[in-house]
Design a protein around this ligand. Structure first.
Ligand code: NDP
Length: 253
């Protein structure tokens, strides 16, 4: 069966839940062999069983994106298992702990920047090295609407996600001539473990978010995954360095 990722080998980080797990299903359905990675092994193993049970090619590597040696193992493992690396979705991320900026604990800043920025930095560089060896490729990084506009009491998250936009532009400009495209997506409110945890902590926040989202609802993770699949596919062959809002219009108003 033909799909927009037919014949591609994909690495997806943050695939044990939410948007990353949805992306594994969408990428596989669109024809990619997928290597999924995160820290929780049981979730990854269940996902791979589900995908291979449907006849798709899938495998997992347990990896923490804040550890370059883990990232190296995930990328090398992809090449060992599937022969090369064509596309990568650097999606692992940590939610914002809420506090006014002047009271924010430095340890919270470090933890969020470590995953959301340093993790994407380690992944992007290692993937690019592999893609240069393979003659090209495409990468999508997960930023956020918080990477395009600011929201109060979430400074480390906003800072880290703006940095992902910058990292994406820098990599796109640097490697365009070598056949590597690098883009980002900026999801708005999307149903996942991260957002459900926030909704539980702050009753009423979901309605507030809907009120400032023109489409007036929370996205399903598959809707975000579809945008990532298109961006890494050859259908987006002249698109590089952009951050695509997938936000129901949140950043319009
Ligand atoms: P989830 O909490 O469901 O997913 C987060 C994923 O990141 C998990 O698979 C988690 O796996 C992984 N992860 C976290 N820390 C690490 C780490 N150190 N190393 C490896 N993997 C890690 O939430 P979402 O699906 O919503 O989040 C996915 C991305 O989307 C994030 O980058 C988030 O910031 C972004 N986003 C989400 C929005 C939303 O409304 N849901 C809105 C805007 C952006 P594990 O714990 O197993 O390691």
């Amino acid at each position: 069966m033909w799909g927009i990722l037919s014949g591609k080998v994909a690495l997806i980080t943050g695939a044990s839940s939410g948007i990353g797990a949805a992306a594994a299903r969408v990428f596989a359905r669109e024809g990619a062999a997928v290597m999924v990675t995160a820290r929780r092994e049981r979730e990854l193993s269940d996902l791979v069983d589900e995908l291979t049970g449907k006849g798709f090619e899938a495998a997992y590597t347990v990896a923490d994106v804040t550890r370059p040696e883990d990232v190296d193992r995930a990328v090398s493992g992809t090449v060992q298992r599937f022969g090369r690396l064509d596309v990568a979705f650097n999606n692992a991320g940590l939610g914002a702990e809420q506090a006014p900026m002047h009271l924010m604990d430095d340890a919270v800043f470090d933890a969020i920047v470590d995953v959301n920025l340093r993790g994407v930095w380690y992944c992007t560089r290692r993937e690019i090295a592999e893609m240069l060896a393979g003659g090209g490729g495409a990468i999508v990084n997960t930023s956020s609407v918080g990477g395009l506009v600011a929201t109060p009491v979430a400074a480390p998250y906003v800072i880290s996600k703006h940095a992902v936009v910058g990292l994406t532009k820098a990599a796109a400009a640097e490697y365009a001539k070598q056949g590597i495209r690098v883009n980002a997506i900026a999801p708005g409110t999307t149903r996942s473990e991260m957002i459900e945890a926030w909704f539980a902590l702050q009753p009423g926040i979901e309605d507030l978010l809907h009120a400032v989202t023109p489409q007036g609802r929370t996205a399903e993770p598959e809707e975000v995954a579809e945008a990532a699949a298109w961006l890494v596919s050859d259908r987006a062959s002249f698109v590089t360095g952009v951050t695509l809002p997938v936000d129901g219009g949140y950043t319009l108003i």
